[in-house]
Design a protein. Structure first.
Ligand SMILES: [Zn+2]
Length: 297
């Protein structure tokens, strides 16, 4: 089976200070408060991955330039999801200039943008008028947008998606339903919100990562709960609009699952959702190539 990892993070603590994002991971987090490089990733995935899409970590422009230089000789296809300040009012021409600063001299293909919207104190941050305008223009320039959201952000994500019909969106980590095995109070709200988003034809869904309601809690994913949510998402978005990502090294630190264990859990749940074995190449490779417009030759 060919594999594109649709969601990895690399990070250099020396380059970006002590935290990834506003004090996270905490100082006591021995698993995640480290540097993670492509070398570590490709050593740990041990030949099972053909390429990876790096997803932004910090809200820092310079990170884009650092990521553009990161690759590994074992990687056949490399891409990146970058970060820019979306709250700033910008004309299309200005946005083009910013994008050129990122792509010039980069060895990874810029494919999408993302903001850690779930961590904003305002749950409706995504429907801010400047954010909407910038995300619209991102689509006009031929780039996509990754939605990092939880249940409380589903309504504003829906407004954004409806106002930017030319932009292709992907929901990271299925909008983080609780797969810890506990009773989850937000389940009905999650279902309604994600169903609404699935009605827009420019929205895809990434089957990636394992989260509990409490973002900091370390736990092993419950296979039945992963099956349940994967099956829901495959049913809503269709098998052509879902693809896999590991969320390494967060899934390694938070869920003690290395890349191969991660593939195993998701493969089980994808097959349990009714997808036939022959189609796994699409979910683990081809659909990510299509969504992010990766060059696979
Ligand atoms: Zn992630």
């Amino acid at each position: 089976m060919r594999v594109i990892d649709g969601h990895v993070h690399w990070f250099d603590l020396n380059e970006y200070g002590e935290t990834w994002y506003k004090g996270w991971p905490s100082k006591s987090d021995k698993e995640l408060r480290k540097s993670f490089f492509p070398l570590d990733y490709y050593n740990s995935s041990n030949g099972s991955v053909d390429g990876a899409v790096h997803v932004q970590v910090a809200h820092e422009f310079d990170e884009n330039l650092w990521v553009g230089k990161q690759n590994d000789e074992r990687e056949k296809i490399g891409a990146m999801v970058c970060w820019i300040d979306l709250t700033q009012e910008r004309a299309l021409e200005e946005l083009k200039t910013v994008v050129n600063q990122i792509t010039l001299g980069s060895e990874r293909k810029l494919v999408s943008f993302r903001h850690v919207a779930e961590a904003e104190s305002n749950p409706d941050w995504l429907s801010n008028p400047n954010v909407i305008q910038n995300v619209k223009n991102i689509g006009v320039l031929g780039y996509n947008f990754d939605l990092l959201i939880r249940t409380r952000n589903l309504a504003s994500a829906s407004i954004l998606v409806q106002n930017a019909p030319e932009t292709q969106f992907v929901i990271d980590h299925m909008a983080k339903p609780d797969v810890s095995g506990d009773i989850w109070n937000e389940e009905e709200k999650w279902k309604l919100g994600i169903e609404k988003l699935s009605h827009s034809k420019n929205v895809w869904c990434k089957l990636s990562g394992f989260y509990a309601d409490d973002a900091t809690r370390s736990f092993k994913p419950d296979q039945n709960r992963v099956n349940y949510f994967v099956s829901k998402c495959v049913g809503l978005f269709g098998k052509e609009k879902v693809f896999w990502g590991s969320d390494w090294p967060v899934s390694l630190g938070l869920n003690q699952t290395d890349v191969n264990e991660n593939i195993k859990i998701y493969k089980k749940s994808i097959l349990a959702s009714g997808i036939e074995e022959d189609y796994l190449d699409n979910i683990f490779y081809q659909n990510a190539v299509s969504f992010y417009r990766l060059s696979s030759d």
